[in-house]
Design a protein around this ligand. Structure first.
Ligand SMILES: Cc1cc2nc3c(=O)[nH]c(=O)nc-3n(C[C@H](O)[C@H](O)[C@H](O)COP(=O)(O)OP(=O)(O)OC[C@H]3O[C@@H](n4cnc5c(N)ncnc54)[C@H](O)[C@@H]3O)c2cc1C
Length: 628
């Protein structure tokens, strides 16, 4: 790798590195992609290893059909227009800038709530009220004193959070004020404790406000967590991406270059030179073949708390929620049923004169959304049971409601199909939401790098639970890697490329021996195979790559493995242990095509048996990916 000169003269974008770095990034969510884009823009070489066959992580639009508006957001779906989210809006500008107008990301209005949305609590529909305008008296909530019984849930929450919010409101500088006035003072306490101790509420009043404004047990999170979350939810203007939020990570990946992304590469060991682990703690914990870090770091990785999240999208023959009285054009209905929230799509809302005129009989998708304990409850059910529960709940809410022709709404008859995502079963398990003590004890240590290993992900930002948080954590990682403070986020005024010239990257892949335990596991058949139809069983090395002759290269079929690290990460059965002396290592020179993610087991098996007759691997078995 040759020397290079600093080329960046853009203010705030100076680069103290004098050579292009080769950075491996584990995780193709927003944090990994943002890190990759920024480092590339600075002239560094990146390669993303994504464990699944899909880019975007928790930004995940499920498309039922390719037709317009026939999708639901299984992950992120809405962005508040606040200063904290500037990094998101800037990123959209950055991505859009070089694109043709018809390819650009189009932000549309997202309706958070309307006064027509329904409230279904304590067994019946409350048509006269919205969730935040409901008082304990209206719905017969037990054990509420005279002073509070006619106060709305919204006003009560404002009362509780108001004095805390004031301490961090502008002109105060958010981060120092948040640390000093909120974290230092209140981090060891739950928000429930704060409401009881400071606001003199009863537990029953806390339960009422939590039921109407959030979901079960959220108020047992730390005070700073509730403050942080309320900051962003307190605004009126919201936006979403027309055509689905997944458009953002997909376009980011295209900009990074699909040849720089390997799919189906669940990393299980880390032997990197310089690497960014842009994965949630639950996934990091499962990388067992890695260095042990300080006690505090290890505790932080174990402890940082994630809450489960659950969403189901249901596609119906009509957008019946827009036809009933009162109609819901966007926003969400609040229930205390297992589904908790019914979220109506903000995309595809008919324009006003149409809405009041003709009947809309086009199909549409709504989603049900549970958080925390309410999300956990879906876990033990089968997909069919989950759909039955969701339909039963929707039927209770829409019982007796009629469409414009006067027909009863029958959700069972109207359903076309459904899909859901139990985030507790994914590598992320949900979203970061901190318990008492975690901002103070774990947050800073969790985001510090360990030598040349860096950590990114939404949980490592003050604004966790947001896409913006993931991007902010990535920005910090880039600052740490290149040794520059206060980098400006990517935006439409970011220079397209500040490089060190076109340097080839040497990538070195070590393949684990085939583990019979995994036989029969599904092959990560990548949707990208059409772009790169390389069959390495016939064409080795793949076009554009060549073996690099070096000491570590086991491309010669030598099964002694003299210069190769012994495989210690994967359990093998006795038979294969006898034969397997060491894993083969194949060193390739770039521009490396993105071939690993699309190969099936047999193809890779052939490659490896060409090198040694003992090994067969599938890309999901690829335990170690190394950068030299
Ligand atoms: C249901 C839900 C609703 C949300 N709503 C919103 C919203 O409305 N607005 C908003 O701004 N944010 C929202 N969020 C939060 C937002 O989606 C996340 O904060 C953000 O996308 C997280 O990005 P990340 O890169 O930190 O993590 P992730 O998106 O989780 O990315 C991590 C990636 O790493 C991969 N990976 C894990 N382990 C390995 C391994 N060993 N090897 C290789 N790859 C691995 C994963 O497959 C994944 O692709 C929501 C999240 C959820 C789940």
């Amino acid at each position: 790798m040759g020397d290079a000169i600093v080329l960046d003269s853009h203010p705030g974008h100076s680069n103290t590195c004098n050579r292009p770095l080769k950075v491996g990034i584990v995780g193709g969510g927003i944090a990994g992609l943002y890190t990759a884009l920024y480092l590339q823009q600075k002239g560094h070489h990146v390669h993303i290893f994504e464990g699944t066959d899909r880019i975007g992580g928790r930004v995940h639009t499920h498309y039922f059909t390719p037709d317009r508006d026939q999708y639901y957001e299984a992950g992120a779906m809405r962005i508040p227009k606040t200063d904290f989210q500037d990094i998101f809006f800037d990123l959209v500008k950055y991505i859009n800038k070089p694109l043709l107008p018809e390819k650009r990301i189009n932000l549309i209005k997202y309706v958070l709530s309307t006064d027509k949305n329904l409230v279904f609590v304590n067994g019946s529909l409350r048509p006269e009220t919205t969730a935040s305008n409901t008082t304990p008296a209206m719905i017969g909530w037990p054990d509420i004193d005279e002073k509070h019984k006619d106060m709305t849930a919204g006003a009560l929450l404002k009362e509780a959070l108001g004095r805390l919010m004031k301490k961090i409101a502008p002109p105060a500088d958010f981060e120092p004020a948040f640390k000093k006035k909120i974290v230092d003072k209140w981090d060891n306490f739950t928000f429930r404790y704060y409401c009881i101790k400071k606001c003199r509420w009863t537990n029953s009043l806390v339960d009422f406000v939590e039921t109407m404004t959030s979901q079960t047990n959220q108020f047992n999170l730390s005070v700073p967590e509730l403050v942080m979350q309320s900051l962003d939810f307190g605004v009126k203007e919201w936006q979403t991406i027309d055509g689905g939020m997944s458009r953002l990570p997909e376009l980011m990946a295209q900009r990074v270059g699909l040849e720089n992304v390997t799919f189906g590469a669940r990393v299980t060991g880390a032997v990197f030179d310089r690497v960014v682990l842009a994965i949630p703690p639950a996934a990091l914990r499962m990388i067992v073949d890695r260095p042990r870090w300080s006690v505090k770091k290890e505790v932080a990785i174990r402890a940082l708390h994630f809450e489960p999240l659950y969403k189901m999208g249901l596609r119906f023959k009509t957008r019946f929620w827009e036809h009933v009285d009162p109609p819901s054009f966007g926003g969400q209905s609040t229930t205390d049923l297992p589904i908790r929230w019914i979220v109506y799509p903000s995309n595809g809302i008919p324009v006003e004169d149409e809405a009041h005129g003709q009947e809309h009989d086009q199909s549409g998708v709504l989603l049900v959304y549970s958080w925390m304990t309410d999300a956990t409850n879906w876990l033990p059910l089968t997909p069919l049971e989950r759909r039955n529960v969701a339909l039963n709940c929707l039927a209770q809410v829409y019982n007796g409601k009629k469409d414009r022709q006067g027909n009863n709404i029958n959700v069972y008859n109207l359903l076309i199909e459904s899909a859901d995502h139990v985030w507790s079963s994914s590598t992320a398990t949900g979203d970061a939401m901190f318990l008492p003590g975690q901002f103070k004890e774990h947050f800073e240590v969790a985001r510090e790098h360990e030598g040349r290993i860096y950590f990114a992900g939404e949980h490592l930002s003050f604004h966790h639970t947001w896409i913006a948080g993931a991007a902010l954590s990535a920005l910090k990682v880039v600052e740490d890697i290149i040794g520059v403070k206060d980098l400006r986020p990517l935006s439409d005024d970011t220079p397209t490329h500040v490089g060190f010239g076109d340097q080839p990257i040497d990538l070195s892949f070590k393949f684990q021996p085939y583990n019979p335990m995994y036989s029969g596991t599904q092959s990560p058949s990548s949707p990208f195979s059409e772009y790169m139809p390389v069959d390495v069983s016939r064409d080795w090395p793949p076009k554009g790559c060549k073996h690099l002759p070096d000491n570590n290269n086991r491309g010669d079929g030598d099964e002694k493995g003299d210069n190769i690290e012994k495989n210690d990460g994967v359990e093998q059965d006795k038979a294969s242990k006898k034969e397997a002396k060491a894993p083969p290592q194949v060193t390739l020179q770039t521009k490396l095509p993105n071939y690993l993610g699309m190969l099936d087991k047999s193809a890779l098996g052939v490659v490896c048996s060409k090198n040694t007759s003992y090994y067969a691997v599938g890309s999901w078995d690829m335990g170690r990916v190394g950068f030299r």
